[in-house]
Write a new protein. Structure first.
Ligand SMILES: [Zn+2]
Length: 353
């Protein structure tokens, strides 16, 4: 009898999945922005392993192998196709190692294999679609061989590419998560509506459907509400932690704030100058709580995520995680604390500081 550990966990309550490795590894100095190839699993495996451990410490239940963009086409772009399989296997092995080493008191983690937007999928073009299918198949094959407990297909902005990804993932027999990422047109690039795409993904057998990446809480939440009402299966919600808006639904075209005196050299805030738009932790906590209240049990944060935000997601829905030991404690702050030992002349100075 095969069991669906992901679905069992989701039926019982929330499951948290940290994503956003691309931005975080770049911020840490181990990846070129713009190019965005996850060479880190080969170049600095210890850095990737540690990031997984930090997310796990912050409450992630899933260790997602960092193979995002680690597909054959991207490796061709950078002229390193021969490293495709070693990169994938290394990322999967690191994720498996961390997943099997869950901290005391936490539920056992699940290791997830990952495929994503190929960027060569073309509407009504059988040839490009065949190439994409074989890219998905080889990556899923490696994930299965390296012991994935589940599979995540993510960041698809073509509905049909998402359907194809799910079809390939389903052949493995593993639990599946399929999250889509509509661009600023607020529909899939091949014309399907966001909700219809999710309904079809459910029909095709995904265990979890929903949204990840591109959109911050403000422009992702309205879709989530509609999706939650339209499907019976579990729903996933993994926004970017940036303040997107009705005028700028995704982070791709977010203009800088008017007080910016030093704009990015490439003419847009994405992806290296988004910092002024960053959501604070309370905004992310509120988003997670609101989504959970809607009945969305698969929660996380995508590009821009860090362990602090993952802890916030966990705590906002009432969970205690290893990193909760170090949650904020303003009580002992040198100016704003209420601890009896903080001298009065310091607490009184706080407003002038
Ligand atoms: Zn992302």
């Amino acid at each position: 009898m095969s069991t669906n550990r992901l679905k069992e966990r989701l039926d019982q309550g929330p499951v948290i999945c940290a994503e956003g490795f691309l931005f975080e590894i770049e911020r840490r100095g181990y990846m070129a922005s713009g190019e965005f190839v996850p060479m880190v699993s080969l170049d600095h495996p210890e850095v990737l392993e540690n990031l997984h451990r930090e997310f796990q410490h912050a409450g992630s239940d899933i260790v997602e192998a960092f193979t995002y963009n680690g597909h054959r086409e991207k490796m061709r772009v950078i002229g390193k196709e021969e490293l495709l399989e070693p990169l994938n296997r290394s990322a999967l092995k690191i994720a498996k190692k961390v997943a099997l080493d869950t901290p005391k008191g936490s539920k056992p983690n699940l290791m997830a294999g990952n495929i994503s937007n190929s960027n060569i999928w073309k509407h009504n073009d059988k040839e490009s679609q065949k190439v994409v299918e074989s890219m998905f198949s080889e990556m899923i094959g490696w994930a299965v061989e390296e012991g994935a407990d589940m599979l995540i297909g993510e960041t698809f902005y073509y509905a049909e590419e998402a359907f194809k990804a799910l079809e390939v993932m389903k052949k493995s027999g593993l639990p599946t998560v399929l999250t889509i990422s509509p661009m600023g047109e607020n529909k899939m690039r091949d014309g399907k509506s966001v909700v219809d795409t999710c309904k079809e993904l459910e029909q095709l057998g995904a265990d979890v459907v929903g949204l990840n990446c591109f959109r911050g809480p403000a422009t992702m939440f309205p879709f989530l509400k509609e999706i939650r009402e339209a499907v019976k299966c579990h729903v996933g919600a993994l926004p970017i932690p940036y303040r997107t808006s009705k005028d700028y639904p995704t982070f791709f075209n977010l203009p800088d704030r008017s007080n910016c005196e030093c704009p990015s050299p490439h003419g847009r805030t994405f992806p290296t100058a988004l910092d002024p738009h960053f959501c604070n932790r309370y905004e992310i906590g509120k988003f997670a709580k609101d989504a959970y209240t809607l009945g969305i049990n698969y929660l996380g944060v995508c590009c821009g995520a860090n362990p602090m935000l993952i802890r916030e997601v966990a705590e906002s829905i009432g969970l205690k995680v290893p990193a909760s030991k170090y949650r904020e404690n303003m009580e002992n702050h040198f100016m704003y604390g209420k601890n009896k030992r903080i001298p009065k002349h310091m607490t009184e100075y706080g407003d002038k500081a």
